[in-house]
Design a protein around this ligand. Structure first.
Ligand SMILES: Nc1nc2c(ncn2[C@@H]2O[C@H](COP(=O)(O)OP(=O)(O)OP(=O)(O)O)[C@@H](O)[C@H]2O)c(=O)[nH]1
Ligand SMILES: [Mg+2]
Length: 250
């Protein structure tokens, strides 16, 4: 029998949606508007936290122009630190929702899925938007096939049952996230998500994967280059495997 988590967030519980941006001026305004369209009619209590690393393309200005008088939208511009994982951590630490949703801001991640991520948290500690469960997928089929094979290797290496360890589109309880040693998890790029899941798996977190279909980036340019990201992730994975064996991360 499946054992359910009894966390049951009260209907008034707040969700903070953390949006990291770097040069996303042509996506971010539309994305926040789409989030509003998906969440407002359903009566969700939420805020949107944008963490911009001083993008030279004017992302912050675009956000200010569009949402200056919208008290659900909070913009943070960082000038000292940079990087995806550290921006997400910053967002988590500068928001106050009981539940947190993390997603990319280029429409790879479909905002229409956010209500499901939040609702399924009623029974789970973390809910992952996954390309590799039934009806999930990705427009870029070469990347999909490669990512699937890479994730199979990850499952084998770490002995977990998660299909999409590179998702980065997920919801989690704030207290679950903050119980971790964040220095051990939130550095680098998308590899933070692998560490987060492995540590959570070991702690016995209840995890659910729900299907998501990745669209292509809507506007702007990718910050990732295949070869460097492949190398970075592979080094991160081997390092994590070693640290887990040595019990140096928990
Ligand atoms: N704050 C912040 N956000 C970042 C940084 N690098 C990337 N991002 C954001 O992280 C998300 C993922 O970056 P992407 O460039 O879309 O990476 P990707 O999804 O692997 O690549 P494509 O979708 O193919 O372009 C986007 O919302 C970016 O704006 C950074 O250094 N700081
Ligand atoms: Mg993207």
């Amino acid at each position: 029998m499946v054992q359910h988590n009894n966390r049951h967030p009260p209907p008034t519980a707040k969700t903070s949606i953390i949006l990291p941006t770097y040069n996303e001026k042509d996506n971010i305004v539309e994305l926040v508007q789409a989030i509003h369209r998906c969440l407002r009619p359903e009566g969700f209590n939420y805020e949107v936290i944008i963490v911009d690393d001083d993008s030279p393309d004017g992302t912050a200005e675009a956000v200010r122009a569009a949402f200056d008088d919208d008290d659900r939208v909070e913009l943070h511009v960082r000038t000292q630190d940079r990087g995806l994982a550290s921006a997400l951590r910053y967002g988590a630490e500068h928001s106050d929702g009981e539940m947190l949703v993390f997603m990319d801001t280029d429409f790879n991640h479909d905002p229409a899925v956010i209500p499901q991520l939040i609702k399924f948290l009623e029974y789970y500690d973390v809910v992952i938007g996954s390309r590799f469960v039934m009806r999930g997928g990705m427009e870029d089929s070469a990347r999909y096939a490669f990512s699937f094979a890479y994730n199979l290797g990850l499952r084998f290496l770490f002995g977990t049952r998660v299909w999409d360890n590179l998702s980065g589109f997920f919801a989690i309880y704030r207290d679950r996230l903050l119980e971790l040693n964040l220095d051990q998890v939130f550095y680098g790029y998308g590899d933070y998500f692998i560490r987060l899941l492995m540590v959570g798996w070991r702690r016995g977190w209840r995890m659910l994967e729900i299907p998501v279909f990745y669209q292509l980036r809507m506007h702007g340019h990718s910050k990732t280059q295949f070869l460097s990201i492949f190398t970075q992730y592979t080094v991160a994975i081997l390092r994590l495997r070693f640290r887990l064996w040595m019990e140096r991360i928990r």
